[in-house]
Write a protein that binds this ligand. Structure first.
Ligand code: HEC
Length: 450
């Protein structure tokens, strides 16, 4: 492991800015940094190598008008910040994607992490005095996605159904604002979702930091109860495509409960609405053949907990199913004292315990949903136990801690704590489980398994 937890966790130096700025999930746009040609340190120049790495990994946020605190689009800008860039990149604080690189499943969709090679190139370049090189070698500028337009439309056309939040006036200035309206979904029959995208308005795109939405349906007593997560938006997120063999249901006669976090950016926007677009599977999609998938939250330590002043706490949650499942994504959720979370699986049949995912430098400023690549989603046999473990640090060593003298309990406010993970689960039967296992066997053989 990179560092021990939780004592020696490293932090953003600018935590409060991070928290108010955004929570983030998948940003497919960044993609994987393509492998760079290895170079001698003294041969690396900004124009030839470094500009391309910053284009691929940084500029979507670090350009004028975006959420990064400074622009990193010209040689002069980058040179000016080179010392901080060196520190942020070599500690893997930037790009902000805190998922351990040396343990658990590494195949993630929309993974922002930089390759070691690109990190080494940047560090070597700065250590060599950050030479500019020949501007003629600069890569062509890249086009960033248009603001205010459905990005999945290029793949699927316009969405089949759009749900908008209730209008709300975003002020020009002020503190964080939360807006939690409930609106009818307008969905009249159960349908299988193919893809989902949340879209802030063009006018408020700079102040809409995140927006989550949840389906609710009525129980027997007619009360609205949570049905499952509809979508989640955080700056830069592209949206989510449901695996092809799974059906995530958009329920009829439902309502959508929004949780929108605005942070005023200087522009007042009247009657702002956030939209969520849904693409359904085609009519000929074989629902009978598909396995149901849902995105729901799994608690750690179901009841209340308190963290003493200057104290630490570990919480755990254990979950198992009476049928086999496939885990499609994992997203830790904690607040300011949360510092790390992991997800393991323990199979009582074999006695094996395995780490699936761990974020040992987690921070609430950057909430990623880690979506496993097709073919790498963990397959969990019936009866195996999913073990979620979270670590909290209420000492002064936690630079995100607003007040180590406080007792911290569970609750909704940012300064309260929470302990759960959002997990997208595809519910299989034995036949489906065996089939998926069989498809994976060739991979195991390649890795020397049997
Ligand atoms: C998804 C958006 C995003 C991406 C991608 C991103 N940054 Fe940042 N960066 C931010 C935000 C927001 C902050 C300020 C809050 C914080 O530090 O977390 C920041 C802060 C920084 C800081 C200043 C930290 C300080 O000293 O206060 C540096 C340096 C930096 N980023 C460099 C980079 C580099 C280099 C890359 C690419 C390798 C990168 N960032 C990618 C959003 C981003």
């Amino acid at each position: 492991m990179r560092h021990e937890r939780p004592e020696s966790l490293r932090w953003h130096t600018n935590w409060l800015a991070a928290f108010t700025v955004t929570a983030i999930t998948t940003l497919s746009f960044l993609g994987d940094a393509t492998a760079s040609v290895a170079q001698e340190a003294d041969g690396v120049t900004y124009s030839l190598e470094v500009a391309r790495i910053l284009q691929d990994n940084c500029q979507i946020c670090h350009q004028p008008g975006q959420i990064g605190p400074m622009s990193l689009t010209t040689y002069q800008e980058v040179r000016r910040y080179s010392r901080r860039i060196r520190e942020q990149v070599s500690t893997r604080e930037m790009p902000p994607y805190h998922y351990d690189a040396d343990i658990g499943i590494q195949e993630l969709k929309g993974d922002w992490r930089m390759s070691d090679e690109d990190i080494n190139t940047i560090v070597a370049w700065i250590d060599a005095g950050a030479p500019e090189g020949d501007p003629a070698d600069l890569p062509a500028p890249i086009e960033y996605p248009a603001i205010g337009e459905w990005r999945l439309a290029s793949q699927f056309g316009p969405p089949d159904h759009v749900i908008k939040s209730q209008a709300w006036d975003v002020p020009a200035n002020g503190q964080d604002l939360w807006w939690n309206p409930e609106v009818p979904s307008g969905i009249t029959e159960d349908r299988c979702i193919k893809a989902i995208e949340t879209l802030p308005s063009k006018a408020a795109h700079g102040s809409t930091h995140h927006a989550n939405s949840q389906f609710q349906t009525r129980n027997e007593r007619g009360e609205w109860v949570n049905f499952g997560r509809l979508s989640e938006f955080a700056y830069g997120k592209l949206g989510e495509v449901v695996p092809e063999d799974a059906c995530r249901t958009a329920p009829a006669d439902s309502q959508v409960r929004w949780s929108i976090h605005y942070y005023p950016d200087g522009n007042a926007v009247a009657d702002d609405q956030v939209s969520v677009g849904i693409w359904y599977h085609d009519e000929d999609f074989d629902e009978e053949e598909a396995y149901p998938q849902d995105l729901t939250l799994y608690f750690l330590q179901g009841g209340d907990f308190d963290i003493p002043p200057h104290g630490k706490l570990m919480t755990q949650g254990f979950h198992s199913f009476d049928h086999p499942v496939r885990l499609d994504s994992w997203q830790p959720h904690m607040h300011l004292r949360g510092v790390a979370m992991s997800m393991e699986v323990f199979d009582p049949e074999t006695g094996r315990r395995e780490m699936l995912s761990q974020a040992s430098n987690w921070s609430a400023g950057w909430n990623h949903s880690h979506i496993y690549e097709e073919g790498f989603q963990p397959l969990i046999p019936a009866g195996a136990v999913i073990i979620l473990t979270a670590w909290y640090d209420n000492t002064a060593n936690n630079p995100h801690n607003p007040d180590p003298d406080q007792w911290v309990g569970t609750g909704q406010r940012t300064t309260d704590e929470m302990s759960h993970a959002w997990i997208a689960v595809t519910h299989l039967d034995e036949e489906g489980y065996e089939k998926l296992m069989a498809e994976r066997r060739p991979i195991a053989m390649l890795l020397g398994g049997n």
